[in-house]
Design a protein around this ligand. Structure first.
Ligand code: ZN
Ligand code: ZN
Length: 242
C-alpha cells in the first residue's frame, strides 16, 4: 500500500475508534486529543521545585545536588530537567505512545513539555533541540522515533530550531533496564555518531527524550555533540524516573 493511503487509513481508524484513557480505560470524548481522562490528568506530578540543580532528580529533603551529583566527575551534560515525575499515570501514556503506535500523542505531550518549560529559566539559552536517536532497526520496528516527534513539536511551540538528523545511533545497545549504573555507562559507550557536526558546532543544544533514568544515554549523546563542537548541551525530558 502507498504510504499516503496507509496514513489516511490510520487517520480514519483513529477517528473511528473509541478513545479511552490510556491509564484507567475510561471513555473519552471522540474529539479529545488528550491521552488521559480528567481524573488521571490531575494526578500527573510536575517535577517538584526541590530537585537536583545538576541532574533534575527530585530531592524530597531539599539541598542543591543529589548524592550522585556531589563529587561525581563532571558530565558532558550541563544539566537535565523534566516536565513530570514518571508516575503510574504517565507511565501508561508513555507506554501507549511508544508501544501501541499512538504517535498522535506526540502533540499533546509536547504541549505539556512546552508549558512546563517556563518553570526552568536555566534552559532558556538552549535554542536548538535535538532528539535522542533510535537505532535504525528499532526505528523501523516502532515506525517512528518518539523523541524526534517530541523534539519537533516542542520546537514548533517554543520557537526552538529542531536539528533533524544531527546524530545517529550506530550501535543497537541492549536494553538498559536490567543494568547497574556503571554497566549502563559502559553499555552506551560509542553508541552515537554526530553525523552532521556543522549542525551542532558552537550551539547550545537541548536534548529531548521521553524518559530520563540514569542520564547515561543523554550524557553519552552530550559527549558526542561536545566532541563535534557544541558549545553546551542540556537535556529536557517529558518524565524523570525517580
Ligand atoms: Zn483515566
Ligand atoms: Zn543529581
Amino acid at each position: 500500500m502507498k504510504p499516503g493511503l496507509l496514513k489516511a487509513g490510520k487517520w480514519l481508524l483513529n477517528a473511528l475508534l473509541p478513545r479511552t484513557c490510556a491509564h484507567c480505560g475510561l471513555d473519552l470524548h471522540y474529539l479529545d486529543a488528550a491521552p488521559l481522562c480528567p481524573g488521571c490528568r490531575a494526578r500527573l506530578e510536575p517535577l517538584p521545585a526541590l530537585h537536583c540543580r545538576a541532574c533534575g532528580l527530585p530531592l524530597p529533603d531539599g539541598g542543591a545536588a543529589c548524592r550522585d551529583c556531589r563529587g561525581v566527575a563532571p558530565r558532558a551534560l550541563a544539566l537535565a530537567r523534566s516536565a513530570f515525575v514518571f508516575n503510574p499515570e504517565l507511565r501508561s501514556v508513555v507506554h501507549a505512545f511508544k508501544y501501541k503506535g499512538r504517535d498522535d500523542l506526540a502533540a499533546p505531550l509536547a504541549a505539556e513539555m512546552a508549558a512546563a518549560l517556563d518553570r526552568f529559566p536555566e534552559l532558556s539559552s538552549y535554542t536548538f533541540s535535538a532528539a535522542v536517536p533510535l537505532h535504525p532497526a528499532k526505528r523501523r520496528e516502532r515506525g517512528f522515533n518518539q523523541a524526534e516527534l517530541l523534539s519537533a513539536a516542542l520546537a514548533a511551540r517554543r520557537n526552538l530550531f529542531h536539528l533533524a538528523g544531527a546524530c545517529e545511533r550506530v550501535r543497537n545497545t541492549p536494553s538498559q533496564t536490567a543494568l547497574s549504573k556503571a554497566d549502563r555507562k559502559a553499555n552506551m559507550a560509542g553508541a552515537f555518531r554526530a553525523s552532521r557536526p556543522e549542525l551542532v558546532k558552537g550551539r547550545n543544544i537541548l536534548l529531548i527524550d521521553d524518559v530520563a533514568t540514569t542520564l547515561a544515554t543523554l550524557d553519552e549523546l552530550a559527549a558526542e555533540f561536545k566532541r563535534a563542537g557544541a558549545a553546551s548541551v542540556a537535556a529536557y525530558t517529558l518524565a524523570r524516573e525517580p
